[in-house]
Write a protein that binds this ligand. Structure first.
Ligand code: FES
Length: 164
């Protein structure tokens, strides 16, 4: 259930919708651009896009649920995925996942209070030979060890604070 009562600023979405309407962007590109603004696609924004772009809301939700890169649930500025597929598990990914939870102070599917991190468990990222593997956006971290988790998170945390 969506319990967030914050009123979203929809202004940043208007020029993005215009780029879709002019044919400059595809609907997927539009959705990814919007996700870049909010870190996910809030329900309110999906409704706004449907109305302003003239795209049936059912199509938007179908695309959002089909493409794993698009999220309808809140994500942190650093969305961390940890693979728990078989090839990664046999190389110790469950320990990596436990350390991620400990370092971030959240469970899978949650966002840190400051909005800096979110964590997701996934089943195979298609790079099994590099397991255990975690990702942050497009970046892959391969052969991750329990001890390397802290180093990766600290580096990302510093970069996030510098951007704040
Ligand atoms: S099982 Fe982890 S990348 Fe395939």
């Amino acid at each position: 259930m969506d319990t967030d009562t914050t009123v979203l600023d929809l202004e940043p979405v208007r020029p993005l919708i215009e780029s879709y309407r002019s044919g400059e962007k595809t609907i997927i590109e539009l959705m990814l651009d919007i996700q870049g603004v909010y870190n996910y696609l809030p329900r309110e924004v999906v409704e706004f896009v449907a109305e302003e772009a003239g795209v049936p809301i059912s199509i938007l939700y179908s695309l959002a649920t089909f493409y794993s890169a698009i999220s309808l649930t809140p994500r942190g500025r650093n969305h961390i995925r940890c693979c728990i597929g078989t090839a990664c598990v046999v190389r110790g990914s469950q320990f990596v996942l436990e350390n991620l939870k400990r370092e971030l102070g959240i469970e899978s599917g949650e966002v840190t209070e400051d909005g800096a991190f979110s964590l997701e468990e996934v089943h195979c990222l298609g790079a099994c030979a590099l397991g255990p593997i975690i990702t942050r956006g497009e970046k892959f971290y391969g052969h991750v060890t329990k001890s390397r988790v802290r180093e990766i998170i600290n580096t990302l945390r510093r970069a996030d604070q510098e951007c704040a």
